[in-house]
Unconditional design. Structure first.
Lengths: 302, 310
């Protein structure tokens, strides 16, 4: 985690990252620094920014204009009308979908954080014969693709197929292994002396974990929350299988259904894509560092 | 482990006789095993039981309410239907093409972004952002951009009098088109992982190599590349795990078409499930499990072995 912090806060410009420029700025070094940078920026605008600008432009066009799919300014700007139309479409289905997706994300991530923090903590602190087994199960959970129809069969067995609680538990389960790995690595950095001090002061296991350890895990809790929230919010396959009916739409499914229903309304489709991109964008702006830390963990330790 | 922690060893309470409640609390392990239970119950019910039962249901003709045991019939059918076999082959192509491209492009971008390049912060943000965007949204956007008739990409190609391929409507290109969009969306994470790996290399190594007169290529070949190996292992493993099992991008762009040219095992599983062939769908799941294990075990072994040698 310290390493990723080094990337995000590395001094830019003057000291220039890895190789401090001790040699004078020759023409070649100047070209290297600025020319390559400028070429990279131009390429990145074409490759990475054009698709997003295209979404914005399409979202502001009228239906006929958007149907042409050109990369040009809208003939009539109707950004606001499109926004209202998307929200009102299909009796406010998009609003319902956003509420469902938020409930799904918040509930499943909350379960994931508490349960996997307990596991990761125990996995590091208590060495028993169970440890190899638990480690194996965590790895298996990461690698093995979930069996779809048998999961539906289990969900029906407990009466939770096609319900939001069922979907929440599935998302929480599928996110557990990765979260446990993150927590286990982080618990190793908390000194055992703290546990011992708390125990001597008379704290039981529950108090030790929830009042002493969990607050200290805050950095990695934020990382897990952000990374898993984005993953759950963007999950398409899960709701497609386990929450299929239109009674409980999630945003990804609404987008997909929208596309198959109305071929003629490209402007509304892209307005919908734009709306769905906003929550991850907000997460990225505020939690850039934690997202990077979570996604690159494991790159260094070997 | 310090000596202090021995006094709170979990084995302690078994040796001590029963005492008053307050006394026992002090000696009982502060790390109770039931902390595994909440996660364990979820894992058992929603992951382990479905996974294990899939091995049985794959051998049945199944409607969720009744099942008839038919042996390996589903597997025979899977490998005798050309449409399904195509999905099997495509899974390998899709997994390897995307992983290989992410390693190469990700490493190149990471070298660019860890060097003293102008505009690094902007570049890093822009390359990484697609990772966070909805896969379905990305798929639909590129479907419009790559539209064979009105799409921006073909309009530009036409302007320069270059050939205008059908992209996702061409059976020979469809899978590679989707793979290309997947690379676009996923290369940011590979770049970040490589950056973390490269930044972690002690700068003394680079300085020593420079003093010995090594050029840029030599530094890259003999220092950066071998020492960034853990990062490369992470990129390959993460990318393979993700790509072998997912079909959301394929579903958003082509629905597995045209024909079956861009189907993978994961989309075959969904199609058979939709059609009501639950046994066949589960057999697809078992095949996917075997494919993933057959690929991941050697890959993991190979990457870890090379790491240990260093």
């Amino acid at each position: 985690m310290t390493v990723t912090r080094a990337i995000t806060t590395a001094p830019r410009g003057a000291s220039g990252g890895l190789h401090p420029p001790r040699r004078p700025m020759t023409a070649r070094r100047f070209a290297r620094k600025y020319l390559i940078g400028i070429i990279a920026i131009l390429v990145s605008i074409i490759v990475f920014l054009v698709p997003f600008i295209f979404i914005l432009l399409q979202a502001a066009k009228d239906p006929k204009d958007a149907g042409l799919m050109g990369f040009d300014l809208p003939t009539t700007w109707q950004f606001w009308q499109n926004l209202v139309a998307v929200i009102q479409n299909n009796s406010y289905q998009v609003l319902a979908a956003f509420i469902n997706s938020f409930i799904l994300t918040i509930a499943s991530v909350a379960i994931m954080v508490v349960f996997s923090a307990m596991c990761g903590y125990l996995l590091h602190r208590r060495r028993t014969r169970l440890n190899p087994l638990v480690n194996f199960l965590v790895l298996a959970g990461l690698i093995v693709p979930p069996a779809v129809v048998p999961t539906i069969w289990v969900l029906q067995g407990v009466g939770m197929f096609d319900t939001l609680p069922g979907m929440i538990l599935i998302e929480a389960t599928l996110g557990l292994p990765f979260s446990i790995l993150l927590f286990r690595a982080f618990v190793a950095t908390i000194p055992r002396e703290l546990d011992e001090a708390a125990i001597i002061d008379g704290a039981g296991p529950m108090r030790l974990f929830f009042r002493v350890i969990l607050p200290l895990l805050r950095p990695v809790v934020v990382t897990v929350v952000v990374v898993q929230a984005v993953a759950v919010f963007n999950d398409f396959t899960g709701p497609l299988y386990f929450l299929p009916s239109s009674a409980n739409p999630t945003v990804q499914l609404t987008l997909y259904n929208f596309q198959s229903q109305s071929v003629s309304q490209y402007n509304l489709l892209f307005m919908n894509i734009l709306l769905i991109t906003i929550p991850p964008l907000i997460m990225y702006i505020f939690f850039n560092r934690q997202i990077v830390a979570g996604m690159t963990s494991g790159a260094v330790k070997g | 482990m310090t000596t202090a922690s021995v006094t709170i060893d979990p084995a302690a309470p078994t040796r001590t006789p029963r005492r008053s409640k307050s006394d026992r609390r002090g000696i009982r392990s502060p790390y109770p095993s039931w902390f595994y239970i909440p996660a364990g119950v979820l894992y058992l019910i929603f992951f382990a039981i479905p996974t294990f039962s899939s091995f049985y249901f794959a051998l049945t003709r199944w409607t969720l309410f009744s099942q008839t045991f038919i042996g390996f019939g589903n597997f025979v059918q899977f490998f005798q239907t050309p449409a399904l076999t195509q999905g099997f082959v495509n899974t390998f192509i899709y997994g390897f093409v995307t992983s290989a491209a992410k390693v190469v492009i990700g490493l190149a971008l990471a070298l660019l972004l860890t060097g003293a390049t102008f505009g690094r912060g902007y570049l890093r943000a822009v390359v990484f952002f697609p990772v966070l965007v909805s896969t379905v949204g990305v798929g639909l956007t590129f479907k419009a951009l790559l539209n064979p008739f009105h799409g921006v990409v073909n309009q530009v190609l036409g302007f320069f009098h270059l050939p205008q391929p059908g992209w996702y409507t061409d059976p020979h290109l469809a899978l590679l088109t989707v793979a290309g969009v997947d690379i676009w969306k996923g290369v940011g994470i590979a770049t970040l992982i490589f950056m973390a790996g490269i930044v972690a290399i002690p700068s003394e190594y680079f300085e020593a190599a420079r003093v010995d007169g090594a050029g840029s290529w030599n530094v890259f070949r003999n220092i950066t590349l071998p020492l960034a190996r853990p990062a490369m292992a992470t990129v390959i493993i993460l990318s393979l795990i993700g790509r072998l099992r997912s079909f959301d991008l394929i579903w958003a762009m082509t629905n597995g078409g045209p024909g079956f040219s861009s189907d993978v095992i994961a989309s075959v599983i969904y199609k058979q499930y939709q059609a009501g062939f639950f046994g066949l769908s589960t057999a697809g799941n078992v095949i996917l499990f075997l494919v993933v294990t057959a690929i991941m075990l050697p890959v993991q072994w190979f990457l870890n072995r090379r790491e240990a040698e260093l």
